[in-house]
Design a protein around this ligand. Sequence first.
Ligand code: SN0
Length: 314
Amino acid sequence: MRNFISLKDVESVQDLVNEGIRQKQAPFAEQALGKNKTIGLIFFNQSLRTRLSTQKAAENLGMNVMIMNVGQDSWQLEMEDGVIMNGDKAEHVKEAAAVIGSYCDIIAVRAFAGLQNREADYRELVMEKFRQYAGVPIVNLESATRHPCQSLADLITIEECKKVARPKVVLTWLPHFKPLPQAVANSFCEWVNMTDYEFVITHPQGYELAPEFVGNAKVIYDQNEALAGADFVYGKNWSSYTHYGQVLTQDPSWMITKEKMDLTNNGLFMHCLPVRRNLKVTDEVLDNQSVVIQQAANREWSAQAVLKNILKDL
Ligand code: SN0
């Protein structure tokens, strides 16, 4: 594998899921693979799981790790071509990506959606510029439209927890007062659509995701109807795609409660974290019926499967 920016870079989802499970069983078996190799973790936004799990995975594989928060540690970076750089951005990504690439064998980048301009966000400017100028493989640590390391960890978790061969997986929108990106939801759809699971998406009117991500999933606007018989309830808030970046409703009746979980097939609650308790999901569900910690722990193995696949083709 050269890059891990989106699902398009992946040959076989099933192989990658199995690789993650294998890495979990023998985390240090491939220390030699990353010896004297360096990964740069470049953050344009906050992170807890992504930063720590990717660093840990890289170190498990014997790699050296450098971490930088763009704008706080470094100069702010200009992404657009041809602009007169007389504002607050002192350096262009053309130089920055090339320079970082000269120190690193792999660069991993986090850059959230700006949520101001849909066309710009869905163009994936930051990932594309790094791909273009870094000269080394790029790993997506959540871009404007996707979070593939998370989706891989999600599929590993479902594989570990499922009680039937073809579980019913429901992606449900949750209330939040802030506009959040569609990336986690988009990616989850993209990856689940590669499996044979029964897949249902539920959200209020106006929260339709981009059709290329929804694919063949069934969209049901009635949350209770969607949840019926679910084996996994994947909660996430996202801002509107159609009314781009807007919060159209904060309807508290979309929060996941014990009563909602009672509609499921003894289902398990999933969330990428961070999660705001008693706004998106109740304490009761999070503390008794969720696999969010297992999901987060699996981020290490998802990152390790990805880095192994890139390292072996360097
Ligand atoms: C990010 C998102 O994409 O929704 C990162 C998830 C991995 N989440 C947030 O920004 C949550 C912020 C908040 O204030 O709840």
